[in-house]
Design a protein around this ligand. Structure first.
Ligand code: OAD
Length: 250
């Protein structure tokens, strides 16, 4: 792993930094990514069966149970050094935005206070019929459980394929592309409109940097690609930026 000195210098004086994360940042916490051909979620399941409203209508029990299994897995996982480094960045830069496609709350559990969740959160539930958040329901043995308001089915409050992103979060994410440095960490950059955000940041004049263990669809379009695991690269990056700042202040 080599961190470009131009990136460290830019971050040392940056006023505004934004970060977009994907499943890769939680990989070192033991949560499988989606597209890894060996361990990824989609290697065992078909996305259209499990992460679409169509799939849910076809087999609501299977979909609810799959999310129940994933919910337990993320609850058992612990945030890693990459999540902690991103939480630390909140206090380093005058303006900082953390945008995530992850639904696992590991950023929040690592201490990030403000997280823009583009794809919802697996610990939240909503009514499939009315689309309203539901916090409590009677445990009647129904799978999925029934909405206490309308009797319809409950579903996880996550964004499925073919569904729009939450408007407010997407607006905030687009606003966050107005920044000095935009880091894209642990995402394959295949799912739109999230994948559009780094391109928008570049159009706005930001230095766009990818941190990933592999090359992606985005790699050709970024200023720097830092090859490495986020749990290693991000703490090293923070350390380098802190030392560069101390040098500037001397
Ligand atoms: P993917 O599984 O598509 O991509 C994970 C990325 O993380 C890959 O590019 C890996 O190379 C990289 N990676 C793996 N381990 C890493 C590590 N330790 N450090 C850094 N990078 C690492 O996951 P996402 O891009 O998050 O949507 O997927 C985006 C969306 O597609 C998800 O939110 C989900 C999925 O289908 C829905 O479910 C709607």
């Amino acid at each position: 792993m080599t961190i470009p000195s131009a990136l460290i210098e830019r971050l040392a004086t940056a006023k505004s930094v934004s970060v977009l994360t994907g499943a890769g940042v939680s990989a070192e916490s033991g949560v499988p990514t989606f597209r890894d051909s060996q361990t990824g979620f989609w290697s065992k399941f078909r996305p259209e069966d499990l992460a679409t409203a169509r799939g849910f209508k076809r087999d609501p029990k299977m979909v609810w149970e799959w999310y129940d299994w994933r919910r337990k897995m993320v609850l058992d996982a612990e945030p890693n050094a990459g999540h902690r480094a991103l939480a630390e960045m909140e206090s380093i830069f005058p303006e900082f935005h953390l945008i995530t496609q992850n639904i696992d709350s590991l950023h929040q559990r690592a201490g990030s206070k403000k997280v823009i969740e583009l794809h919802g959160n697996i610990s939240k539930t909503k009514c499939f019929e009315e689309n309203t958040p539901i916090e409590r329901w009677a445990e009647t043995g129904d799978v999925p459980p029934k909405c206490p308001r309308c009797g319809g089915m409950l579903r996880p409050d996550v964004v499925w394929f073919e569904e729009p992103m939450p408007m407010n979060e997407f607006r905030q994410a687009v606003g966050a592309t107005e920044c000095d440095v935009f880091l894209v960490v642990g995402t394959s950059s295949l799912v739109y409109p999230a994948a559009e955000l780094p391109l928008e940041a570049a159009r706005n004049g930001a230095m766009v940097v990818e941190i990933n263990t592999t090359m992606t669809e985005l790699t050709e379009q970024v200023q720097f690609h830092v090859d490495g695991a986020s749990g290693v690269v991000l703490p090293a990056l923070i350390q380098a930026v802190r030392s560069a700042r101390e040098q500037i202040l001397k």
